[in-house]
Design a binder for this molecule. Structure first.
Ligand code: FES
Length: 118
């Protein structure tokens, strides 16, 4: 039995440019927030939840990159994450990772696979 489901999070054109982001709600009650980012020509998606204190990463909605544009940053205490792996490479949660979400482009839309425990 498969409990996963795919949810549409936006048009593919909204995340075509390098460094663009897309925020979305997901989860069984829609209370979880996630974000998708394009970097290095690829799209990655994560739950918007910092492993340090369980807070959302962005103070300004959709603002996930540090000043260099190379790393995802948590606005709360400055943890830096590798955007491709989600691994914290600097900060209070160093070595921990963001929770990845599966993403795919289909019919010119961006879809995320979620599970009940998401
Ligand atoms: S809550 Fe993210 S670094 Fe502290």
């Amino acid at each position: 039995m498969n409990f996963s489901k795919e949810i549409y999070i936006g048009p593919a054109r909204s995340i075509e440019e390098e460094g663009s982001t897309l925020v979305f709600d997901f989860g069984s009650e829609g209370f979880e927030r996630g974000f998708a980012i394009r970097i290095g020509g690829r799209i990655y998606a994560y739950r918007n939840w910092c492993p340090h204190m369980g807070l959302e990463l962005d103070w300004v909605e959709g603002d996930f990159f540090d000043h260099s544009g190379q790393y995802v940053i948590c606005s709360n205490h400055g943890a830096l994450f590798d955007p491709a792996s989600g691994k914290c490479i600097y900060g209070p949660c160093e070595g921990q990772t963001l929770k990845p979400l599966n993403i795919r482009i289909m019919d010119d839309g961006v879809w995320v696979t979620t599970y009940p425990h998401n």
